[in-house]
Design a binder for this molecule. Structure first.
Ligand code: PMP
Length: 418
C-alpha cells in the first residue's frame, strides 16, 4: 500500500490515512476503478507502475504468452525474451552503454550501480544530491538524502552535496555555482578520489525538482576529474516520461551507468542497470547473480512496453500533453496565491503550494485538503517534496489534453474555494 511519495506516511501522521485510502480493483488506460465502480483519473500512478496505461493489452498478452511458454530464473538457462529486451534497451542508449544487467526494482538497480562504481574505481566515496531518493536498502538509503526515508542508516562513504534547486536553492538557477560544492566535498571530505556521483535528472520523491541548468555537465566534469563514475538514476525520469527518452538527455550529459525501474515493466517488477563493457567487466571478478531479476516474463513485459511507446508515440505525447498541462498549471499560479511554483518536463510535473510566496512557507495542511477534494472529484494526484507540499503529477503516458483539462479544472475549482 506504500504510495511512493510519502502519502501514506503523511496521512498516518495526519491521521488521515483511512480517508485517503481507496481500494482499487480495476484499471484501464489512465483510469482506475474502485470496488464500487467509481472511476478515477490516475494522474500519479504512471510513475510507480504504468507508463503505457493500466492493463495495456499488448503488455498483458506478452506476459500471458510468456507465462504459458516458460517462466524461470534468469540465472539458470538462456532465454530469448531476456536477450531480446536487453538488446532493445541497449539500442535506446547513447555511446558505449551497451551492457545490461536486470534487477527486480529500482533499489536493487542502484545498489548494483553503486557497487560497480566502487569496484571499478577502488574508492568508496559516493556523492549524491540532497533531497534525492535512490532506494531503501543499505547503500541506497545512504545515497538517499531526505531524513524521512532513513532508518538508523550507516552513512559511511556517501556525501550529500547542495541541491541545485532553482526554487528553494541558495544560488537560484545558477547550476555551475551549486556544482562547486561537489568540488568542495571532494577537496574536504575525501582523499581527492571518488567512486562516483548519483543523481536523478528531475527529483521525483523530492518534489519534482528540476536541476538548475548547467549543473549536471559541471558536476559530471568535476567527478570525472576525481576519477569517479557518473550514475544517472532514471527510475522516474526514464522511458519517455519527460518527453525525451532519458531525463539526462536534456542536460547534455552521457552517464557511465544508467539505472531504471518502475514504469519500464508497466507494473511488472523489473529494473535494469546499463553500462559500458569496460565497467561491466568488474562483475567478472566474483560471481554475481539475481535469481529473478529480468526473468523471461518480466522482460517480455519490458519489450512490449518499449514497442508500445514506439507504436503509440508516447514519448511525443508526453512532450505535447505535458507542455499543454504545464501551461494550464501555470495559469493556476497566476490566479491563486497558494501556488508557489510550477515545474517539471513532459509528464513529470510538480506544483508547490505555499501559504506565503515570499517566505515560501509550505502549505502542508492545504495540500491535503486539495488532494482530498480532487479525489472526491475523481482525480488522483500524488504529493511529495521534503515538506510534503508539492503535487506530483505523473500520469500514464497515454494521458490526453482532455484529461489535463479535467485535472486542472478540478484543482482550480478546489483552490478557488480555499
Ligand atoms: N530511484 C528513484 C529516483 C526512485 O524514485 C525510486 C522509488 N521511489 C527508487 C530509486 C527505488 O525504486 P524501487 O522502489 O523500485 O526500489
Amino acid at each position: 500500500m506504500m504510495n511512493d511519495g510519502g502519502n501514506r506516511i503523511e496521512n498516518r501522521v495526519d491521521g488521515l490515512f483511512n480517508k485517503f485510502c481507496i481500494n482499487i480493483v480495476d484499471g484501464k488506460k489512465q483510469y482506475l476503478f474502485d470496488e464500487e465502480g467509481r472511476r478515477y483519473l490516475d494522474a500519479f500512478g504512471g510513475i510507480a507502475t504504468v507508463c503505457c496505461g493500466h492493463c495495456h493489452p499488448d503488455v498483458v498478452s506478452a506476459v500471458v504468452k510468456q507465462m504459458n511458454r516458460i517462466q524461470h530464473s534468469t540465472v539458470l538457462y538462456l532465454n530469448h525474451a531476456i536477450a531480446d529486451f536487453a538488446e532493445a534497451l541497449a539500442s535506446k542508449m547513447p555511446g558505449d552503454l551497451k551492457v545490461v544487467f536486470f534487477t527486480n526494482s529500482g533499489t536493487e538497480a542502484n545498489e548494483l550501480a553503486l557497487m560497480m562504481a566502487r569496484l571499478y574505481t577502488g574508492c568508496q566515496d559516493i556523492i549524491s544530491i540532497r533531497n534525492g531518493y535512490h532506494g531503501n536498502a543499505a547503500g541506497t538509503m545512504g545515497a538517499t538524502a531526505q531524513s524521512i526515508w532513513k532508518f538508523n542508516v550507516v552513512q559511511s562513504g556517501v556525501h550529500h552535496t547542495l541541491n541545485p534547486d532553482p526554487y528553494r536553492g541558495v544560488f537560484g538557477s545558477d547550476g555551475e555555482k551549486y556544482a562547486k560544492d561537489v568540488q568542495d566535498l571532494i577537496n574536504f571530505g575525501t582523499s581527492g578520489h571518488v567512486a562516483g556521483f548519483i543523481s536523478e535528472a528531475i527529483q521525483g520523491v523530492g518534489g519534482i525538482i528540476e536541476l538548475a541548468p548547467g549543473y549536471l555537465p559541471a558536476a559530471y566534469s568535476t567527478i570525472k576529474k576525481a576519477g569517479g563514475l557518473c550514475i544517472a538514476d532514471e527510475v522516474q525520469s526514464g522511458f519517455a516520461r519527460t518527453g525525451s527518452f532519458w531525463g539526462f538527455e536534456s542536460h547534455g550529459v552521457v552517464p557511465d551507468i544508467v539505472t531504471m525501474a518502475k514504469g519500464i515493466g508497466n507494473g511488472i517488477p523489473l529494473g535494469a542497470v546499463v553500462t559500458t563493457p569496460e565497467i561491466a567487466e568488474v562483475l567478472t571478478r566474483r560471481s554475481y547473480f539475481n535469481t529473478f531479476g529480468g526473468n523471461p516474463v518480466c522482460t517480455a513485459a519490458g519489450l512490449a512496453v518499449l514497442n508500445v511507446i514506439e507504436k503509440e508515440k508516447l514519448q511525443e505525447n508526453a512532450h505535447v500533453v505535458g507542455s499543454y498541462l504545464k501551461e494550464r498549471l501555470l495559469s493556476l499560479k497566476d490566479k491563486y496565491e497558494l501556488v508557489g511554483d510550477v515545474r517539471g518536463r513532459g509528464l513529470m510535473l510538480g506544483l508547490e503550494l505555499v501559504t506565503d510566496r515570499k517566505l515560501k512557507t509550505p502549505a502542508k495542511t492545504e495540500i491535503v485538503h486539495v488532494m482530498e477534494q480532487m479525489k472526491d472529484m475523481g482525480v488522483l494526484v500524488g504529493k511529495g517534496g521534503y515538506y510534503g507540499n508539492v503535487f506530483r503529477i505523473t500520469p500514464p503516458l497515454c494521458f490526453t489534453k482532455e484529461d489535463a483539462d479535467f485535472l486542472v479544472d478540478a484543482m482550480g475549482y478546489t483552490l478557488s474555494k480555499m
